[in-house]
Ligand binder design. Structure first.
Ligand SMILES: [Zn+2]
Length: 108
């Protein structure tokens, strides 16, 4: 991956939209390229900083970005089967939420 390709993928990385192959190459590039590390940091600061500003949560860009990087690295090591389980769990959680919501609305 070159720097141009990397920079084009930063937004997708921050939105957790890279597939495993791309993510692997993305993380490889950032290990060896300080220019792109700076660029990612800047974009993360804008992306996450604005959200935190609205919610009023404290924000430590270096600490939080390190956390994101670690999460993405863990994601790489996750097998597909586990990913499927995670998706299924998310669907169940959403369904449960909708059921609770409709019960609440029903009894109002
Ligand atoms: Zn680069």
């Amino acid at each position: 991956m070159d720097c141009k390709e990397f920079k084009g993928l930063i937004q997708e990385f921050l939105h957790d939209e890279l597939d495993v192959n791309m993510l692997s190459r993305f993380l490889e590039h950032i290990e060896e390229c300080s220019d792109c590390r700076d660029e990612l940091r800047t974009q993360y600061l804008i992306y996450e900083g604005l959200e935190r500003l609205e919610s009023g949560e404290p924000f430590d860009v270096d600490k939080d970005l390190a956390k994101v990087m670690q999460q993405q690295k863990n994601r790489l090591h996750t097998r597909r089967g586990v990913q499927r389980t995670a998706i299924a769990a998310e669907i169940i959680t959403t369904a449960a939420f909708l059921i609770v919501l409709s019960v609440v609305l029903f009894y109002q």
